[in-house]
Design a protein around this ligand. Structure first.
Ligand SMILES: [Zn+2]
Ligand SMILES: [Zn+2]
Length: 106
């Protein structure tokens, strides 16, 4: 019963570096989806795909906070199967809103 049914998570997405970048992007975008500007952003999306331009992987200007629905639209190649779950690799991560609230106090 492995947590990952598909390919393994890229170690980059597990790094503290990515977590920091991801948080910076979300805070810059005020945790608001930059596509619909209505829903809470839960995913930090690479505007230029990492596959096409690996050097932009750590570029904050290449990162965009989006909600799950908009992110699905951004990745038609993944179909409707793109679930927002925190155990999925890559930029598909859910924000723990409770954790965020706790963080605010510190
Ligand atoms: Zn959206
Ligand atoms: Zn994406």
């Amino acid at each position: 019963m492995g947590r990952y049914t598909g390919k393994k998570a890229d170690p980059f997405y597990l790094s503290a570096n990515w977590k920091r970048l991801r948080k910076m992007a979300l805070e810059r975008d005020h945790y608001l989806c930059q596509r619909c500007r209505r829903r809470v952003a839960v995913v930090v999306h690479h505007i230029v795909p990492v596959k096409e331009c690996p050097e932009k992987m750590r570029d904050l200007s290449n990162l965009e906070s989006v909600c799950a629905m908009c992110h699905n639209l951004l990745h038609p190649e993944k179909g409707r199967a793109v679930a927002v779950r925190d155990d999925l690799p890559g930029d598909v991560r859910i924000i723990d809103l409770n954790a965020r609230r706790k963080e605010k106090g510190t």
